[in-house]
Design a protein around this ligand. Structure first.
Ligand code: AMP
Length: 284
């Protein structure tokens, strides 16, 4: 087991990946912002299973943070990230310089309409343009056969699938399930911000998803009822300030109304103290 090669240059990673692909090796890319946890590593494991060569990108993308968000505070642990990737036999880490990868003279933004409008975009209106622009640059730079995203960021993976189709980007998009702490909290690099008390309060999100699942299984199939129960639970949850709780179609991301037969996805966002957390689950 070797240590991954850490590459910062666009031309260099492109050349290395081109050489692998010319030799018939399949390449998988896992885009991350670092501060790796088992959620990220589950994507790495999926990429490891499906591909001959795994590239993990580590780039805290300034374009996806709005002014006043946590860009400066966002955890950065390159050395320990590379250690964890070494244990997973990752060959390559792409870690571009912020200045080199996000030129102030750039004039192009990749914007996916429709799917980028509701949910996360209500509170974070510039977020997805930042994500899609940088993911496009990563896909153009690394040019992998497959790229791996987590269902944790449910709207993000839907937008990226749409973008890849719309722009004929020749890559397979793979979405991996959410990895949770033993008590149910969805793993997130932002969980390190939570105090001990907030860490307990944060369980309200996953508990609300479990509740929604149970209510569905008990026969409540009215999306409006489910939504208002979720809103009530999370509005009353101590230490939690609800941003949204929605019951949506997992493909169109449109809010569902009235009686449903499925598929049904529940998506949540809430502040616990100053930390904004998201979570979601397929309940039918
Ligand atoms: P991030 O570093 O937060 O940008 O996340 C990089 C990738 O890891 C994204 O595709 C996320 O959806 C995914 N991810 C983050 N947390 C989890 C989790 N708990 N389970 C599965 N995937 C995750």
């Amino acid at each position: 087991m070797g240590r991954p090669q850490v590459i910062t240059g666009v031309e260099e990673i492109r050349r290395i990946v081109t050489d692998h692909r010319s030799a018939g090796r399949r390449v998988g890319l896992v885009p991350t912002m670092g501060a790796l946890h088992d959620g990220h590593l589950s994507l790495v494991d999926a990429a490891r299973r499906d591909n001959d060569v795994v590239v993990t990108s580590i780039f805290v993308n300034p374009l996806q943070f709005a002014p006043g968000e946590d860009l400066e505070a966002y955890p950065r642990n390159l050395e320990s990230d590379v250690d964890q990737l070494a244990e997973r036999d990752v060959e390559l880490v792409f870690h571009p310089d912020v200045e080199a990868f996000t030129s102030p003279s750039a004039m192009t933004t990749v914007h996916v309409d429709g799917l980028s409008r509701g949910l996360e975009a209500v509170t974070r209106p510039t977020h997805f343009d930042g994500v899609t622009t940088i993911v496009t640059k990563l896909l153009n730079t690394v040019a992998p056969d497959a790229v791996y995203f987590g269902a944790k960021d449910f709207q993000q993976q839907a937008i990226i699938r749409q973008m890849v189709g719309d722009l004929n980007i020749p890559v397979e998009v793979v979405t991996c399930p959410i990895v949770r702490e033993p008590d149910g909290l969805a793993m997130s690099s932002r969980n390190v911000y939570l105090s001990a008390e907030e860490r307990v309060d944060a369980l309200a999100l996953s508990a609300a998803l479990i509740h929604a699942h149970q209510v569905w299984d008990a026969g409540e199939h009215d999306a409006d009822e489910l939504r208002s129960e979720l809103v009530d639970i999370l509005t009353d949850a101590p230490g939690v300030r609800l941003d949204y709780a929605e019951v949506i179609d997992p493909v169109t991301l449109e809010p569902l109304k009235g009686i449903q037969t499925g598929p049904v996805q529940v998506v949540l966002a809430a502040f616990v103290g100053p930390t904004r957390l998201i979570d979601n689950a397929r309940i039918a």
